[in-house]
Design a protein around this ligand. Structure first.
Ligand SMILES: Nc1nc2c(c(=O)[nH]1)N[C@H]1C(S)=C(S)[C@@H](COP(=O)(O)OP(=O)(O)OC[C@H]3O[C@@H](n4cnc5c(N)ncnc54)[C@H](O)[C@@H]3O)O[C@H]1N2
Ligand code: MOO
Length: 415
């Protein structure tokens, strides 16, 4: 492990990490088995529409497909020669004075050029079951017809490499006849926790023991970032045991996250194990919390992010460094969340020489306002107050105080 002597700023450290990330190999997935499994995957190639949308001219309304010219002298009686419900492939021939019942989404007969809505006919009162219908209004050509290709033409690019397959995008690609998609699915991530004081939540606690919560935090933050099935491993504070786990997890995952044990303490085994890893770098980043960072590539193959053990420090480190790297692995076009401006609802003390990353709750109104979720002077361990956090305020290094009404830059994690 190499150790940078000089403290680095957030952007420099993040850029160094991102430079080490290689995008995962893309996979070509047949979607005949269904699209749902692809939700959250990231496109590795652009996708064009296989056919026009809509596929064919179809009715926008329930009513009667007519020849517009027949309605010129409305009200006019037209002979109903049949019905085209949605799903029907029938293309009836229409003679002058004839029409067909048609339902929303059904193909417009080639001989028709407009739709008279049922509301504008005698069927609105008399019902559908008639041989002759009176159309009460003049129906101009094209009225209530959804034209083939008016949404997307065949060959139009529908989605681009680097975009996430959201519900909206997946349904669009399914509608456009996609048969194979080239994607990157979520990286395989393991979470490794160490710490002799940690007990499973719910267990009785003796003095000196606390509930282990960082695995829940990390797995949850991963899930909120689209990585559902993280492997969680609890390991005793023992150099050989941690070494063995890192070797196993590093060979079977794309990234390993750990929390705790990176400080200078006598029992900080993670630091001691990683010291033997040539591809791992320790850094002091000018942020508060989250100053001690340790990351790089394990000899076993995976990226490792050894985060500080304090829960809020770990969460901040995840947001600022891990999440962007995992997104880069998956080929996301945007790896950082956009930042917003918010107005400080109350004042708080800043971190002076370091950028302060303080968990906040938002107050919605004509202007977005925020207030700290934890005490500004003791952020890193305040797991309780952090529970209400919806995002972070990023207070630049150099600021000593935020006053009520000041504008601050914020990252929003939860809507
Ligand atoms: N002499 C110094 N001491 C410390 C320094 C320093 O520069 N010099 N840095 C402080 C800062 S800043 C941080 S951050 C922490 C980083 O320490 P570690 O990464 O070694 O974390 P631990 O000591 O293992 O734990 C810190 C804290 O977090 C609790 N913890 C750890 N894991 C979990 C878990 N899975 N679930 C819940 N809570 C967890 C642990 O009990 C400790 O309270 O070092 C400072 N010290
Ligand atoms: O930098 Mo530590 O992460 O403050 O608590």
């Amino acid at each position: 492990m190499s150790t940078g002597n000089e403290p680095v700023d957030l952007e420099t450290h993040r850029a160094r990490l991102l430079a080490q990330i290689a995008p995962l190999a893309p996979q070509s997935i047949e979607v005949s088995g269904g699209f749902a499994a692809l939700h959250g995957a990231v496109l590795a190639e652009d996708v064009a529409s296989a056919h026009p949308l809509p596929l064919w001219d179809n009715s926008a309304m329930d009513g009667y497909a007519v020849r517009s010219v027949d309605t010129a002298a409305a009200p006019v009686a037209l002979k109903v020669i049949g019905e085209v419900p949605a799903g029907s492939g029938w293309d009836p021939k229409l003679e002058p004075g004839q029409c067909v019942k048609i339902m929303t989404g059904a193909p417009i007969p080639t001989d028709a050029d407009a739709v008279a809505r049922i509301e504008d006919t005698s069927a609105a009162i008399g019902g559908w079951d008639v041989d002759t219908v009176q159309v009460n209004v003049q129906v101009p050509p094209g009225k209530d017809i959804r034209r083939s290709g008016e949404d997307k033409a065949a060959g139009d690019l529908m989605a681009y490499a680097g975009e996430t397959l959201s519900a909206a995008r997946l349904s669009a690609l399914a509608a456009a006849g996609a048969s194979t998609l080239v994607v990157r699915t979520a990286p395989r991530v393991a979470v490794l926790v160490t710490g002799a004081e940690l007990r499973a939540s719910g267990e009785d606690l003796s003095r000196g023991q606390i509930p282990e919560t960082n695995s829940l935090l990390m797995a949850g933050l991963l899930a909120e970032s689209g990585i559902q099935a993280a492997t969680v491993v609890h390991c005793v504070d023992d150099i050989c045991a941690v070494r063995e786990q890192l070797d196993i997890l590093g060979a079977t995952h794309d990234a390993v996250l750990s929390t705790g044990g990176v400080g200078p303490g006598a029992y900080d085994v993670m630091r001691q194990v990683l010291e033997a890893e040539p591809g791992v770098q320790a850094a002091r980043v000018k942020i508060r919390p989250g100053q001690p960072q340790c990351a790089g590539r394990l000899e076993s193959g995976a990226m490792v992010f050894a985060l500080p053990g304090n829960p809020v420090s770990a969460a901040v480190s995840f947001e600022l460094f891990v999440r962007p790297c995992l997104r880069a692995m998956q080929g996301h076009r945007e790896v950082l969340r956009p930042t917003l401006r918010a107005v400080a609802a109350v004042g708080w003390k800043a971190a002076a020489g370091r950028m302060q990353v303080i968990p906040v709750v938002f107050q919605h109104g004509p202007t977005l306002r925020c207030a700290p979720a934890v005490h500004a002077s003791s952020i890193s361990h305040s797991v309780g107050g952090f529970g209400a956090a919806q995002g972070y305020a990023l207070v630049p290094a150099g600021a000593t105080q935020i006053n009520p009404g000041d504008e601050v830059e914020v990252l929003r994690m939860i809507p």
